[in-house]
Ligand binder design. Structure first.
Ligand code: PLP
Length: 391
């Protein structure tokens, strides 16, 4: 069965992703099944999206109830779920502000990029190795030249600097409109910021009148053991962008601004047909409710620590360490074997991702328990042994 779908995929879908690794037909909790009936434990979670796992009853109920009540109305109108979600996102940061809803992460960063032009300054600063999305503005912010080059000219004014406090000190001045930063660079291979970076970023941007925009698209919704990654540093940015986990699999994103950043856009300067419709916002409210009421932010810390301890206890010559926070995890490898290792894991019935040649990334559902951690450990250890024995 899988083979046939793969062939049809190759004939009908654009070749932007390469051949799909699996043809999936069903999911439940942290498990998915492919078209040939094989079961996998999913430690990638749709790349940090399926915060509640697959087919969670709260998510299914929210979609069903809202869609049978009021699905979409356009932004000429509002609805209770939209207002409630905006208020909820602001309350999670405990700051006054405003929200603009989008359908994806890259659109949230586009909204932020455009917003910075309203400061009267055009110099933007972002980190080398960063990933902010694939649309033109977000791509311009992305610190990976190989992704940008084929699409130039991109919106101008973006300078990429090493993610160090020294580089920040040398760059942030009165010309800078905004600094964009991910609390952990997920796409780069779960790369953490150096100690003190976020605090220095806050201090320097505030001192020079620049905005601090934190891209929480991969790190938000409780993934790192705080609602948002920047909260580990105890600062408040001028804006955050969110997507992925807040919808638990339903497409939604948002730009959340605080303080003066909240009044930079005026009427007519930005928009979206779908953004913030009753359906998407009702689902996100249900996801955030579930995360809150079942303690999943705390569970991210507990399970993340457990997974790291299990990986380290495997004592594999291929593993040099683990990185990340909560349930955004990287396994650092001593050799560039991430691709064969992810393939071997998949053969063993485990979905993880080769974020780069020498890093395995995991971003599982936030509600995993002992059983899923055990299953992961058994299968990952088998995969490591298989790859090690082939060297
Ligand atoms: C940090 C970060 N920003 C932006 C994006 C883009 O989000 P989307 O794919 O929803 O457009 C991603 C997606 O991987 C991301 O990880």
């Amino acid at each position: 069965m899988s083979q046939q779908w793969q062939e049809r995929y190759a004939g009908a879908l654009m070749n932007t992703f390469g051949p799909p690794k699996l043809v999936l037909v069903r999911g439940e909790g942290a498990h998915v099944w492919d078209a040939d009936g094989k079961e996998y434990v999913d430690l990638l979670g749709g790349i940090a999206v399926n915060a509640l796992g697959h087919a969670h009853p709260a998510l299914v109920a929210a979609v069903t109830e809202q869609l049978t009540t009021l699905g979409h109305v356009s932004n000429f109108f509002t609805s209770a779920p939209q207002v409630e979600l905006a208020e909820r996102l602001l309350s999670l940061v405990a700051a006054d502000g405003r929200v603009f809803f989008t359908n994806s992460g890259t659109e949230a960063n586009e909204a932020a990029f455009k917003l910075t032009r309203r400061t009267g300054r055009t110099h933007l600063v972002a980190a080398e190795g960063s990933f902010h999305g694939r649309t033109m503005g977000s791509l311009a912010l992305t610190g990976k030249p190989h992704m940008r080059e084929a699409f130039e000219p991109l919106p101008g004014g973006v300078e990429h600097i090493p993610a160090t406090v020294e580089a920040l000190e040398a760059t942030i001045d009165e010309s800078v409109a905004a600094l964009f930063v991910e609390p952990i660079q997920g796409e780069a291979g779960v790369v953490e910021l150096p100690d003190g970076f976020m605090e220095a970023a806050r201090e320097l941007t505030a001192r020079h009148g620049a905005l601090l925009v934190v891209d929480e698209i991969q790190t938000g919704a409780g993934r790192t053991g705080q609602w948002f990654g920047f909260q580990h540093a105890g600062i408040t940015p001028d804006a955050i962008t969110v997507a992925k986990g807040i919808g638990g699999g339903f497409p939604i994103g948002g730009l959340v601004t605080f303080g003066r950043a909240s009044s930079l856009y005026s009427k007519g300067q930005h928009g979206s047909t779908f953004g913030g419709n009753p359906l998407a916002t009702a689902v996100a409210n249900a996801v955030l409710d579930e995360i809150e009421t079942t303690g999943l932010v705390e569970n991210a810390t507990v399970r993340g620590t457990q997974i790291r301890e299990r990986v380290e206890a495997m004592d594999s010559p291929l593993v040099t360490g683990t990185r990340g926070r909560g349930l955004l995890l990287g396994v650092a490898l001593s050799e560039p074997v991430a691709m064969p290792l992810a393939a071997e894991a998949m053969r063993a019935g485990l979905i993880v991702n080769a974020a780069n040649d020498s890093t395995i990334r995991m971003a599982p559902p936030l509600n995993i328990g002992d059983a899923e951690v055990d299953e992961f450990a058994d299968k990952f250890s088998l995969a490591l042994d298989a790859v090690a024995s082939r060297r």
